[in-house]
Every structure is written in C-alpha cells, then in structure tokens.
Design a protein around this ligand. Structure first.
Ligand SMILES: [Ca+2]
Ligand SMILES: [Ca+2]
Length: 385
C-alpha cells in the first residue's frame, strides 16, 4: 500500500461527519479504515459505496445565500451542516493568503467604486487569458481590508445583494480560526477544504502560495495526518510539490474542459481516463471533477448514464468529490428546471440523488442545507452495509 493510500484510509476514519448520520447507518463513516485491502493484488482498500457517508463541502461557504468567501458565508455553511468549508486562496502584495475565487476582485468586492484605488486598475494575463480589473497582489492586506464583499451573481441571487458592503475579505488565518471556534461551539469537527488558485502564476510574481499555506496550517496545528483538511488544485505541479511537503490529503480538480495551466498539451479529458487517474493516484488522494464528468447530460438535457470515472477512481483508492451543486434553474440540467426563471429553484434533490447513487464520496454545494437534506434521504433509504 502506498503512503498515499494509507493516508487516504486514515482520512476516512475521521471524516467529521456526521454525528447526525452516523446514527442512521449500520456501518459508521469510518468502516473502511479497518480494511487492509486486497493484499494479494496490491490494490488499495476501497470503501464500498454503502459503507461511507458522503461529505458535504460548503462551496465558497454558503454562497447560495451570502456573498462568497466571507466569514459570514462560511459561518452560515457550518450552521447549515456542511462538513467542510471551502476557501479559495490568493495572495496579497505583502504575501498574506486571503480568500477569493480569483485574484481579480472587481466581481466580488466594491473596489471599482473606491476612488482611492482607481489607479490600481490594470490588465494582466493569467494562465494565458487577459483580465482587466483590480488584483489582490497589487494590494497590501491593510488596503484589501478596506474593501467590502459584494454578490458575484446579483442577477441570479438578488437576495444576497442585501449583504453587499457588509463583509471584509477574510485571511486564511481568520478562516482557520472560525472553523476551530465554530467546531468548538457546536461540539463537532469543522473541516477545511482549501484550494490554491493560479499557483504557477503566483510563483511567477514571487508570491508562492504553498509555503505560507503550510505554515498557516502548521501554526493552527492542522498540518498533520488525520487533520480535517483537504488541499485541492486545478494545477498538477503544485500538488506534486505538496505531496512531498505534507501528509494532508490532496485532491486533483478536473475541469469540464481545457487542461491544467501548468501542463500545456495535457487535457482534463486525458486526466479523467483510467490512465490519467493512475497518474493522479501517484501524488493525490482524490479527484474533484466537474459534475458532468460523473453524470453527463443527454442531448435532451436530462441526467444521462454515469461514466466510469467513479469506478475507475475508486479502483485506485481515489476519492471523488464533484462540483458544483446549486439550487437555481440556471445551474441544473434542463430536465430538472421548474418554470422559466433562471434564478428560481429547480429540482435540485433529483440531481443530488443521482450523484449519491453514482457513488460519489462527497460534493461541493452552494446550498449546503439542501445537500445535507439530500444526503440524509440517500443514507436513510439505502440498505445497511
Ligand atoms: Ca474553489
Ligand atoms: Ca509555489
């Protein structure tokens, strides 16, 4: 068994889930931990789908209900039952890691209305694409802290705009402290599922993400086996680097199209094949695929037949955590939409049910309460392991 695999199994023993659901299932979430796998074949042990409880990751917090990547979004995700909260990390000019989905922040903050920062507007090429706006690496932390978060998609999430202008951009340290404090208050483990954004780009401007990330985790006592932490990236080289530097579980994200910015010529399609997954398994513990890679849509816009991805990944001991699940019609397969308003909620429960039935080990959701309710229905209905 590779050291990666033993890490994965160790991980499965402490999934923070789920005092709630543990009571509902015959086998606890960590049932796979005692399984040594098929030693004869050298194959890693894989938890049968019926023995584990999928995790719910609050994507950018509870971003269906609050401006994303704010402490209030994360806090609400925890309150709604998310097992993990998901900060995306970029760097400030002074090398502090902060939570934003992009380093360009005009879409998620009020920076464009701040005359004092008007001269910071610029155009940069990031991973081969030109962006015009304001960039975290051109601001010191103290300056970024003057900004306030706004809703990214007000046309679909008008109610969230109520909270525009109220919340700061949080640092990684603040997110770690929140998870710890809320976990203590609620008497449960709150996990943190951290994404490094544009790691090669940040290397290129002298603001490498991995060192301050591991340093912050170390200071918080979280850079250790069995800590409730996952590290994820759309790139590959930084995951290989992290594999050498930490024993925390690593997740290779698999975009719906294109390929890793640090691997020109390699596509996510190729990485999603059995051969691609075998390569990923040498440095990572799981994959985070675009959900269409698990269940593609039919030409008519319904959920189709699941691909081999979950089975292929599980055969290698890799977890599968697809993204992103959202309640609004705009993000659902056409067959699950209700009415014609893209901002109205469709039949999200049917989508969750199909993915849980397909054997995923967890998923990223903007609406963690809906995901938790769907999971409960799934776990309650399935036969005991
Ligand atoms: Ca993310
Ligand atoms: Ca780096």
């Amino acid at each position: 068994m590779s050291h990666r695999t033993s890490r994965l199994l160790a991980r499965s023993a402490v999934l923070p889930a789920l005092a709630l659901v543990a009571a509902l299932v015959a086998a606890p979430a960590g049932a796979a931990a005692g399984n040594d796998g098929d030693r004869k074949s050298g194959r890693p042990a894989v938890a049968p789908a019926t023995a584990t409880v999928p995790i719910v990751v609050g994507h950018r917090g509870a971003s269906g209900y609050r401006p994303e990547h704010t402490l209030e979004s994360y806090r609400l995700a925890i309150a709604l039952g998310a097992d993990y909260i998901e900060p995306d990390l970029v760097s400030t000019r002074d090398g502090v890691l902060v939570a934003r989905h992009e380093n360009e922040i005009s879409g998620t903050t009020d920076v464009s209305s701040r005359p004092e920062f008007a001269d910071r507007r610029t155009t940069k090429t990031i991973d081969g694409v030109a962006f015009t706006g304001w960039f975290t690496e051109d601001f010191d932390l103290a300056e970024l802290k003057e900004l306030r978060a706004v809703e990214r998609i007000p046309q679909l999430r008008q109610e969230n705009t109520l909270y525009d202008g109220r919340y700061e951009i949080p640092t990684l340290e603040e997110v770690l402290a929140l998870a710890k404090a809320e976990g203590k208050r609620l008497h449960r483990t709150v996990g943190i599922y951290i994404e490094t954004k544009h790691p090669s780009y940040f290397d290129g401007i002298g603001l490498s993400l991995e060192e301050p990330l591991l340093e912050a985790l170390r200071r918080a006592g979280l850079d250790r086996p069995n800590a409730p932490v996952f590290l994820q990236s759309f790139e590959t080289a930084n995951l290989r680097e992290l594999d050498r530097k930490t024993r925390l579980p690593l997740v290779q994200l698999l975009g719906g199209s294109g390929g890793p910015a640090d691997r020109p010529g390699t596509s996510y399609d190729a990485l999603s094949t059995a051969a691609g997954l075998r390569e990923i398994a040498t440095y990572a513990d799981g994959v985070g695929p675009d959900k269409n890679r698990v269940i593609p849509r039919t030409a008519a816009g319904a959920l189709g037949v699941p691909t081999a991805l979950v089975a292929d990944a599980h055969a290698l001991g890799l977890l599968v955590h697809p993204y992103t699940f959202r309640n609004e019609n705009a993000f659902l397969p056409p067959a699950l939409r209700r009415g014609t308003d893209p901002a109205a909620y469709g039949d999200a429960f049917e989508e969750y049910a199909a993915f849980f039935a397909a054997g995923v080990d967890g998923l990223f959701s903007d609406n963690p309460d809906t995901a938790v309710a769907a999971r409960e229905a799934f776990v309650t209905a399935r036969p005991a392991a």
